[in-house]
Design a protein around this ligand. Structure first.
Ligand code: KG4
Ligand code: ZN
Length: 340
């Protein structure tokens, strides 16, 4: 039997300071997340400067806890992995500098990981049977990608958003109807009390792009609806609006995904990213997949939103493929999936 490979993974790309120890890309020995959400809520969104400062403050205790929860010391670790993009540059730099220092001091290999690849790899943690090729739908606060995972750490992007990411649309609409930050979970909750067929919002089509997404038109439609109601003095049912908006987002995401599965003859679909925690999206995609005879993989909500276990999972497959980062590893805020 081959030796186990234990990776210490670090994630600081946005507003979660996170560290985890992951064995062989699948087994989470520890998963520590310090979320900064409460601090940013006051400002209605993530303040990059504050995020960086909080990462600096929290990164050491978070890593220490991840090691001790796993019953490990740095000497037991086989490699150090870190998210180096995409994300907020100042936030990324904290994790990258920390990972370089630890790896150098402990004489361990360093593996830089793409955050979006990490989201997709979150599926490996609880689905030991999942392996490429499969279709991946990554929906987060910063990204909306439909990709073919052709092989371990090999991706082909089919479609992405032309404007806002799905999570961004959730956050902006939530702010417009006074639900606050982060909008996704709040809309999800309000929608449970509302009627999804109450308001008909336009479906976003991207001209000339079969699998493309666009959410800014939908967001504008919601804002127009609110303005109109205000002008004519009509009270808006926020639960109905949340449910109708959420349905429009889910329908667009699910339609493109199922079309790609059909056209490409792929029967395995994996959902990932913060918006993958959305109950409507999970249910709608589960139903559509079952109807089309496709197998659907979805991470538990804790592995959907930002965490370091997913970075450890992705790092394992990168490590096995031979990926090693040098001491010149830098933060790449707009790093694309599949690029190094
Ligand atoms: O993946 P993530 O934690 O960070 C990024 O990489 O962007 O995603 C955060 C996004 C936020 O926009 C948040 O509103 C959204 O995921 N989100 C949700 C839900 N939980 C988090 N959106 C819809 N429904 C949810 N339950
Ligand atoms: Zn993320």
């Amino acid at each position: 039997m081959e030796k186990d490979l234990d990776i210490l993974a670090i994630e600081t790309s946005c507003d979660e300071t996170a560290a985890a120890v992951v064995r062989n890309g699948r087994e989470v020995l520890s998963n520590v997340i310090y979320t900064q959400i409460a601090m940013h809520t006051v400002y209605g969104g993530v303040v990059p400067e504050l995020a960086s400062r909080k990462h600096i403050e929290k990164i050491n205790p978070v890593i220490e806890k991840a090691l001790s929860d796993a019953g490990k010391t740095l000497a037991d670790i086989d490699a150090v992995a870190v998210t180096y993009g995409p994300g907020l540059v100042g936030a990324l730099l904290v994790g990258v500098a920390e990972a370089k220092a630890i790896a150098w001091a402990a004489k361990k290999p360093l593996v830089g990981v793409n955050h979006i690849e990490g989201h997709i790899a979150a599926n490996y943690i609880e689905h030991s049977d999942l392996q490429p090729p499969y279709l991946g739908l990554v929906v987060s606060g910063g990204h909306t990608h439909l990709v073919v995972v052709e092989d371990w750490a090999k991706f082909r992007i089919l479609g992405r958003t032309a404007d806002d990411a799905a999570g961004e649309a959730f956050d902006k609409v939530a702010r417009a109807i006074g639900l606050g930050y982060p909008g996704g979970p709040k809309i999800d909750k309000a929608a449970k009390e509302g009627d999804a067929d109450a308001i008909r919002f336009p479906k976003a089509h991207v001209h000339g792009e079969e699998y493309g997404f666009s959410f800014s038109g939908l967001k504008s439609a919601v804002l127009n609806y609110l303005h109109h109601a205000e002008q004519v003095g009509e009270e808006v049912n926020r639960n109905d609006l949340a449910a109708s908006f959420q349905k429009a987002v889910c329908d667009a995401l699910v339609e493109n995904t199922m079309l790609a599965a059909k056209n490409l003859g792929i029967r395995k679909i994996a959902l990932a990213g913060g918006v993958a925690a959305n109950s409507c999206l999970r249910e709608t995609l589960r139903e559509a997949s079952a109807n089309a005879g496709c197998e659907l993989f979805v991470p538990s909500p804790v592995f959907c939103t930002d965490n370091a276990a997913m970075i450890g999972a992705a790092a394992y497959y990168e490590y096995v493929a031979g990926t090693r980062s040098g001491w010149d590893l830098n933060a790449v805020p707009n790093l694309k999936l599949g690029e190094r």
